[in-house]
Write a protein that binds this ligand. Structure first.
Ligand code: DC
Length: 256
């Protein structure tokens, strides 16, 4: 197990710190449920997607060409000087990230950058760089350093299968693509003034993102055998939360 200086807990303590690891498809509601669970149990919260978005934000400021990087990867030009230089830039952007997560806020040097990085644009940039294996390795240690008392709720794509394989609670959140597209459209209409997307536009974005998240080479979204499959279709946030708490309680206090 890798630990770094962000974590003051000893290895023995870390082994007993409860972790709720949540993975899920895009717009499945995992962010909302993870934050609500963290509040419910008074646990710490890790939004791992924000780390990839943050790395993308740093790269964007360096005028990184995400499309070009994506093209080189698709063409498997891994041995070219151009690809190697870009890959190193991506890895460097992920090194030494240590934001503070406060509910929805992502604080970097005391400033909340969540509004800037929560856009679809940064989601797409993050999806382009996130298959980079050594970027994932660079972020791995920070993620493990978030294991702190009294517990941790961590959400993302590889929480249950890679980063927190030892988590006591593992949840995989999903829902039909149509329902997730409807939710995403409502969110975007609330957040972006003059949003003129149609349900068809958003549905194809959701299907495309699912495809990318599930089929990439490194850190692919996977339903692990020991995860609780939480289908959110036709359920309210409160109903989903109740189901998640019932499952977590059964794992955290098995004798009650
Ligand atoms: O959860 P999100 O939409 O903020 O994630 C943005 C992108 O980051 C997503 O397309 C895939 C990537 N990601 C990842 O590769 N691994 C994670 N643990 C979380 C997100």
């Amino acid at each position: 197990m890798h630990l770094n200086t962000h974590n003051n807990s000893t290895t023995n303590e870390i082994n007993i710190i409860p972790i709720i690891a949540i993975d899920g498809t895009t717009a499945s509601g995992k962010g909302t449920i993870a934050r609500r669970l963290a509040k419910h149990y008074s646990y710490n919260y890790l939004n791992s997607g924000a780390l990839y978005r943050l790395a993308a934000y740093i790269l964007q400021k360096q005028n990184f060409d995400f499309e070009r990087y994506n093209t080189l990867r698709k063409q498997e030009q891994f041995e070219t000087e151009e690809y190697k230089a870009m890959e190193q830039q991506v890895i460097n952007a992920g090194a030494n990230l240590s934001p503070i997560f406060l509910d929805k806020q992502v604080l970097v040097d005391g400033t909340d950058i969540w509004t800037a990085i929560s856009t679809q644009e940064y989601g797409n940039y993050a999806a382009r760089i996130s298959p980079t294996k050594d970027l994932r390795v660079a972020i791995h240690d920070f993620q493990r350093s978030c294991i702190k008392l009294p517990g941790l709720v961590a959400e993302g794509r590889d929480m249950t299968g890679v980063v927190f394989v030892d988590a006591i609670c593992k949840i995989y959140m999903d829902g039909t693509a149509e329902e997730r597209a409807k939710r995403r459209l409502i969110d975007e209409q609330k957040e972006i003034s003059g949003c003129n997307k149609t349900l068809e536009n958003v549905l194809s974005e959701v299907i495309e993102r699912d495809e990318k998240d599930k089929n990439r080479f490194s850190g692919a979204l996977t339903l692990t055998e020991d995860s609780y499959y939480l289908d959110t279709t036709n359920k309210s946030i409160e109903e989903v939360l109740e189901e998640a708490i019932l499952y977590c309680n059964s794992k955290l206090q098995p004798n009650n």
